[in-house]
Design a protein around this ligand. Structure first.
Ligand code: UT7
Length: 323
């Protein structure tokens, strides 16, 4: 049985760090409120010349180097993003060109904060069908460019960045002991569109618009939705939370992460947290967290890792893999 195994990982952050204290000068907020309600202490904000594609390129180059591969070895690029450089072409095609890759194919996946989970699942299906052998899966965002910097209820929450992995086909036994993606669970429900959306777009206003969120409403649904897909992914693989080595959640809010871990009896020592450093980077948050925990040696080969996210749409999903 073919499995999609993580062979390399990488990340890229903008140069500029913006602290909660910096934001106190911009809107009526406080470091104390932001830390208490979200766990965020700082975020990286893209400057001139830094875009979703440039950050994604940086993460992709690092992932290729960590895999010991070149673009010649890659068959396909998927970028999860909701903040493309242009309405089209896809950021993935832009990155393909930046990497000097002129074979294979590339496209974007748009599932907002769940984008990386949807992109990993998409790549896994291409690999398991034998259509491709190696895929660069990138989550890259510049949410700072769609924020209303006068709206304190949203502008303090988000940041920019990119993370990437190289997924590679590997023969497995078809058991839960295999390395690679073991199971996934994806969901969406457009009935929740008005709770988290951007109030513009090419086909409506002709502008890019600004992010709007009913934070409390999103919060109310988050833990239940996240734990549902995690349990489904465990069930599909015949495993349970007791088997898990690492939970690598979407980094929107520390309280949501803690609530989900508690409901599943997963101790916080097994949870990778980067929301304090990065803020919510939407589709980039999981690969950024993965890259940091793999780079410092926390996630090791053979570890069982659960990725999960929930976001605009709503979309939500989980991917269970053995590193
Ligand atoms: O990644 C996609 C998924 N997104 C999420 O998962 C986000 C989910 N939601 C959340 O994380 C939380 O709902 C927030 C962090 C956005 C807000 O936390 P909350 O505990 O739900 O606060 P709240 O919205 O109920 O607001 C509480 C108070 C309000 O004041 P009043 O009405 O009680 O007087 C807000 O006006 O906090 C006020 N407030 C602020 N105060 C200082 C809202 N934003 C700020 C701010 N600084 N930045």
């Amino acid at each position: 049985m073919i499995r999609s195994v993580v062979r390399g990982f990488g990340s890229c952050l903008p140069k500029r760090i913006v602290t909660n204290k910096d934001l106190e000068e911009q809107v009526a907020t406080s470091d104390e409120w932001i830390v208490q309600r979200t766990g965020i202490r700082q975020r990286y904000i893209a400057g001139e010349g830094e875009t979703t594609a440039s950050l994604g390129e940086g993460a992709a180059r690092e992932a290729l180097a960590s895999a010991g591969l070149s673009v010649d070895d890659i068959d396909m690029i998927i970028v999860a993003t909701s903040t493309p450089d242009n309405t089209f072409p896809a950021v993935a095609v832009n990155i393909q060109n930046r990497l000097g890759m002129h074979h294979g194919f590339a496209f974007d996946v748009q599932a907002v904060c769940s984008g990386f989970v949807f992109a990993m699942t998409t790549a896994d299906n291409y690999i398991r069908s034998s259509m491709v052998r190696r895929v660069l899966v990138i989550g890259a965002e510049t949410f700072s460019r769609i924020l209303d910097w006068n709206d304190r209820t949203t502008c303090v929450l988000f940041g920019d960045g990119a993370g990437a992995v190289v997924l590679e086909a590997m023969e497995g036994d078809g058991t839960a002991a295999d390395r690679g993606i073991l199971s996934a669970s994806l969901r969406s429900d457009g009935a929740h569109q008005d709770k988290l959306y951007v109030d513009g777009g090419p086909s409506t206003t002709g502008t890019i618009g600004h992010l709007r969120m009913q934070g409390r409403e999103v919060f109310k649904h988050a833990v239940g939705m996240i734990t549902d897909v995690i349990i489904d992914a465990f069930d599909r693989a015949g495993l349970t939370a007791a088997d898990l080595d690492w939970l690598v959640p979407h980094q929107a809010n520390r309280r949501i992460i803690e609530g989900s871990a508690k409901k599943l009896d997963i101790p916080m020592e097994k949870v990778v947290i980067t929301v304090d450093l990065h803020g919510n980077t939407s589709a980039a948050s999981i690969p950024l967290a993965l890259a940091s925990a793999a780079a410092d040696g926390r996630i090791k080969q053979g570890d069982l890792v659960m990725l999960e996210a929930m976001g605009g749409g709503f979309t939500w999903g989980a991917v269970l893999l053995r590193w």
